[in-house]
Design a protein around this ligand. Structure first.
Ligand SMILES: *[C@@H]1O[C@H](CO)[C@@H](O)[C@H](O)[C@H]1NC(C)=O
Ligand SMILES: *[C@@H]1O[C@H](CO)[C@@H](O)[C@H](O)[C@H]1NC(C)=O
Ligand SMILES: *[C@@H]1O[C@H](CO)[C@@H](O)[C@H](O)[C@H]1NC(C)=O
Ligand SMILES: O=C(O)CCC(=O)C(=O)O
Length: 306
């Protein structure tokens, strides 16, 4: 695979130097040879990615053909315009873990560069860490959300569970809620979609200290909760801004992948987020997948920020 990648890069740089118009690329011998030799190697992972991600593109209302590299001239065109676009990932080999960072440094070093990062002291002192648990959210749900959670702007992600609504999710047995070993794993996500619920939850957390006080933390919060096992599948979001997410309980492994167009320039990354830490990620550009590690149930709260 690496060999193919190197050869491909070399071909691309030769082509750039030779000024062949993009429309001619498919006809050039070098590309034909390349296709012949490396068609499977290079295209299969991309195609696999596209097929695998198709439901998510559809679900997220993304234009599938915009996001999938299927025919070669298109692929070449996309890859050739990449150096700039791939700046977000080209020199990123790991997800930094940082602490005591000022809003200005944070903005310059991470937000503007669109680099993923974990702030280890991001949520250390939040009371949510001791207050949020399954029972808390079940009570909160019955108090604030139950009538409103069929509103259009309330979203519920059942992931791999059979739950059709948040109401069903909060109706599980105590044993399953606690993720006892014999029970089926569960993992869900939702956004609080009424102001009263949002205000109630904000008593227990604050805007992360490393975001400038000029940033707008959008009113919606997202909560993800569930026991050890698979979390969210590999996908990219279609929201407006980057997001922060505070790990209040449990430990979560994040697998990140660069945009498919940057596949040959950038690395896949992995990071474990520990309780009290906050991950900040541009979820519209970085593909992401999560796995809850053995131990406590995972509870996170997060939001987009501008
Ligand atoms: C957390 O609380 C401790 C003790 O009050 C304090 O020293 C520390 O600065 C706080 N950390 C953050 C990131 O707010
Ligand atoms: C809640 O669970 C009980 C027992 O499993 C079931 O009988 C009932 O229909 C469920 N209610 C809802 C709203 O899912
Ligand atoms: C925002 O932060 C700046 C500098 O950190 C401070 O001078 C200013 O008073 C803050 N504004 C508000 C509204 O908190
Ligand atoms: O926290 C998770 O497990 C998934 C989060 C996610 O997919 C998202 O914020 O888009």
């Amino acid at each position: 695979m690496n060999k193919a990648k190197e050869e491909f890069k070399e071909i691309l740089s030769k082509l750039e130097r030779s000024n062949i118009p993009f429309s001619q690329l498919n006809k050039s011998t070098v590309i034909k040879n390349f296709k012949f030799n490396h068609h499977k190697l290079v295209l299969q992972p991309l195609m696999f990615g596209c097929v695998f991600l198709l439901p998510y593109f559809l679900m997220m209302n993304l234009n599938f053909s915009e996001n999938c590299i299927i025919d070669m001239p298109d692929a070449i065109r996309k890859i050739l315009r990449q150096p700039e676009y791939c700046e977000i990932c080209v020199d990123v080999y790991k997800v930094d873990k940082i602490s005591s960072i000022s809003p200005t440094e944070f903005l310059e070093n991470y937000v503007k560069k669109v680099h993923p990062v974990v702030v280890t002291d991001g949520a250390v002192n939040w009371s949510a860490r001791s207050i949020f648990n399954f029972k808390f959210f079940k009570e909160y749900f019955h108090k604030f959300e139950i009538k409103k959670h069929s509103d259009k702007n309330c979203q519920f992600f059942p992931y791999h569970t059979e739950f059709r609504s948040l109401r069903e999710a909060f109706n599980v047995s105590e044993s399953r809620a606690l993720s006892n070993e014999k029970e089926k794993p569960w993992y869900i996500g939702w956004n609080n979609c009424n102001d009263e619920a949002g205000r109630y939850l904000r008593q227990f957390y604050e805007r992360p200290y490393f975001l400038s006080n000029l940033t707008e933390s959008l009113a919606l919060s997202w909560i993800f909760m569930g026991g050890p096992g698979p979390g969210a599948h590999m996908h990219v979001d279609n929201v407006h801004y980057p997001s922060w997410q505070a790990q209040l309980r449990g430990r979560k492994l994040w697998k990140l992948a660069p945009p498919p167009e940057c596949h040959y320039y950038c690395n896949n990354l992995e990071i474990i987020v520990e309780p009290g830490e906050i991950i900040v990620l541009e979820t519209n550009r970085w593909y992401h997948q999560t796995i809850i590690l053995p131990g406590d149930i995972s509870i996170t709260i997060g939001s987009e920020f501008d």
